[in-house]
Ligand binder design. Structure first.
Ligand code: AMP
Length: 367
């Protein structure tokens, strides 16, 4: 069986690494051949929205999936005529647009930030009046890692935010003075079985994920988030892995966004869970039973951003695993990650402080 994947970044690479032991072949499409998955699988190169390219991927694959959710939905729909697509197109379309994502959360009774769609300058004024300040103006499409966002703290910021983002459809939402951020990841199989991972606690700097601790043992939040995830998976008749990211504010979960794919905050599952998110995505889309998502211990995942340090200092520690995606260094770019798995949360917390020292000394680890 050949699994075709649109996007050949590190997520695609880790999907293939998880799928080879199960006997699957992989074929990717991406803009360039200098991409992480190209080190281990063939890549068809060209524009990701090119119908001919996606058509070829579909013809040569038994199922197609994505490692990047912003693929043109019409092009994906055409490709899906020739093969099976997992996750379903509707879930990809909703997750591409922050407005439809918010509407989906509201429809499924999942608490989310208060928001207004903004189509013009007067609309922004109305939204600021209704939602209040501070708030965040975000592009509805193609935003990630804090890109395409402007925080508005006072009325004087309206002009600046409009000038920098005002050319595309936008969304204005309340600024949540959150206590911390978490995410939940789960998989749904073709037969409708669901496997949900423990909650992840996520630490961002400059809008980019730096550190995940898992399991984040707050049973009440884990139970509520798992309920939300199940509702989303069922509503879309979903097949594959899906992620919801949240703010935690005064003990409440407020959904920020969803990703119809494996997620950076789940990288720890490669060594830290019985079955990784990557293997479960492959199992789900291939029609196999899902694996156990339980944690094997207490994990920390640290992203390597902008530069990759020499691994020696890290690998001298027992329980540390190193992943270098082989990408060209660039400011703000995710180049790799390392995972620490320990048998107790106390040992994990001591270990992660040591590992973080040379990387992100500014990260406050206290909740
Ligand atoms: P996003 O691209 O929506 O995932 O946003 C990236 C990061 O910006 C989030 O992980 C938060 O740290 C921050 N952020 C986004 N939206 C809000 C909000 N409404 N209130 C406070 N912080 C936010």
């Amino acid at each position: 069986m050949t699994i075709g994947i649109v996007g050949a970044g590190q997520l695609g690479q880790m999907l293939a690494l998880a799928g080879y032991p199960l006997g699957f072949d992989f074929l990717f499409v991406d803009r360039s051949a200098e991409v992480p998955a190209a080190r281990i699988a063939p890549v068809l190169t060209g524009e990701l929205n090119d119908p001919a390219l996606l058509g070829e991927l579909a013809r040569r694959s038994d199922v197609i999936s994505i490692d990047w959710e912003n693929v043109d939905v019409a092009a994906l729909a055409r490709a899906a005529r020739d093969t099976r697509l997992a996750p379903p197109l509707r879930a990809v379309a909703v997750a591409q647009d922050r407005l439809s994502e918010k509407k989906a959360f509201v429809k499924l009774s999942i608490p989310t930030t208060r928001y207004d769609a903004v189509d013009d300058r007067a609309g922004l004024e109305r939204a600021v009046t209704r939602i209040g300040l501070p708030g965040i103006l975000k592009t509805r499409r193609l935003g990630y890692d804090g890109k395409g966002q402007q925080v508005l703290r006072s009325a004087a910021d309206v002009d600046r935010a409009w000038d920098s983002l005002g050319k595309v459809p936008l969304l204005y939402e309340e600024f949540v003075p959150f206590d911390y951020e978490v995410s939940i990841i789960g998989a749904r199989s073709r037969s409708g079985a669901v496997a949900i991972y423990p909650l992840n606690r996520n630490y961002h700097l400059d809008g980019i994920l730096r550190l995940t601790l898992a399991p984040w043992a707050v049973p009440r939040l884990a139970r509520i988030a798992a309920g939300h995830l199940r509702r989303v998976l069922e509503a879309f008749n979903y097949v594959g892995v899906l992620t919801i990211e949240y703010f935690v504010h005064r003990g409440r979960l407020i959904a920020n966004e969803m990703a119809p794919r494996v997620h950076n905050s789940g990288h720890w599952t490669i060594e830290g869970a019985v079955t990784s998110q990557f293997e479960n995505h492959v199992r789900a889309i291939a029609g196999l039973p899902l694996g156990d998502p339980s944690a094997r211990g207490h994990s920390a995942m640290i992203n390597l951003i902008g530069t990759v340090p020499k691994p020696d200092r890290f690998l001298r520690e027992s329980g540390v695993h190193w992943h270098d995606y082989g990408k060209e260094p660039r400011k703000g770019r995710k180049l790799g990650h390392c995972t620490l798995v320990e048998q107790s949360a106390v040992r994990r917390n001591i270990g992660v402080r040591r590992l973080l020292a040379g990387l992100y000394p500014q990260l406050p680890l206290k909740p």
